[in-house]
Ligand binder design. Sequence first.
Ligand SMILES: Nc1ncnc2c1ncn2[C@@H]1O[C@H](COP(=O)(O)OP(=O)(O)OP(=O)(O)O)[C@@H](O)[C@H]1O
Ligand SMILES: [Mg+2]
Length: 343
Amino acid sequence: MTQTSTGASKSDTAMIVLENLSKRYVLRGGNEVEALKNVNLTVNAGSIHGIVGQSGAGKSTLIRCLTGLEQPTEGNVYLDGKQITGLGHNTLRKERRKIGMVFQSANLLDSRTALENIAYPLKIAGVGKKERQERAKELLEIVGLAGRGDSYPSQLSGGQQQRVGIARALAAKPEVVLCDEPTSALDAETTRQILTLLEQIRDTMGVTVVIITHEMGVVREICDSATMLEHGQILETGPVRKIVANPKSKLARELVPMPSLDDADIPEGTTVLDVMFTSKPGVPTGATVLSLASRMGADVAAGTFESMAEVQVGRLALTVPTIHLKQIMETLEQNDIAVEVRS
Ligand SMILES: Nc1ncnc2c1ncn2[C@@H]1O[C@H](COP(=O)(O)OP(=O)(O)OP(=O)(O)O)[C@@H](O)[C@H]1O
Ligand SMILES: [Mg+2]
């Protein structure tokens, strides 16, 4: 948890607030698309927040409203306590400097070196040569590329280019780093390295990180909180540990991969229950699930455990005698265990 100089916890303050945000696009011919419908969410300062949703869910629209590139049809956007909806051009430009952007492809300038790419936004902002070079060097080191400042983008790997992209986003000392699918073009190992880097940056600089992604793995790896979007609406939003403890949507259940189960392992006369639970201090939830279920004749057919947002999350496929299905589901639900018949 990030501490401010006053000792107060920075994560208790809201860095981004979206309030009753709606966006309708009018298409040629007069039809309307509701890209966002009454979206309410808060991202705490110093946290890493994931925004997840399938193609067309409204993620990019949300980002454009957040950066003031697009005016919402209704609602408000607050950045660091300041309302940014309805601001004039110049004031908005100033506020926008509080946001650094990272994209799926680093979009570096091919004719400039890594160092020059990082320093470029500072040049635009009118920072003197010496100062911007020093800052760029410092950032190059932070992203693990010290010594590669003179390399051109074509001489760097995809992961290294993304590191330069991250350094460039940090150049103007933003409060928020907004990443739009930052790892979608990278392999698994490079993805892990980039996510670790984002986490380090949050830890050392205290910036707030927002990651737009369609990959649940990203949320699982580094997000403190998340928002699940579907058809422009929020399915769930809040701390990851709360979402996984009581997932209300199919999308949220995807946070923990369903263990694979062979049909041959499902005994006749049984139904498969999909059970999710988290470890809570002092409550052996996993053991509770097992003992409750086995007492009523259920068996664990498959299971998986993940460590996420500092809690242990389990997902089990239980085969239960179909005649006891209702009773078993009721018992588990009474014990606050999220359970569903596996589809
Ligand atoms: N400028 C626009 N004019 C009209 N409709 C738009 C516009 N931008 C987005 N939309 C529509 O709004 C909805 C949400 O689009 P958006 O681009 O925000 O989704 P997304 O979650 O970013 O998808 P993807 O993962 O494919 O990038 C879609 O139905 C899209 O067709
Ligand atoms: Mg998009």
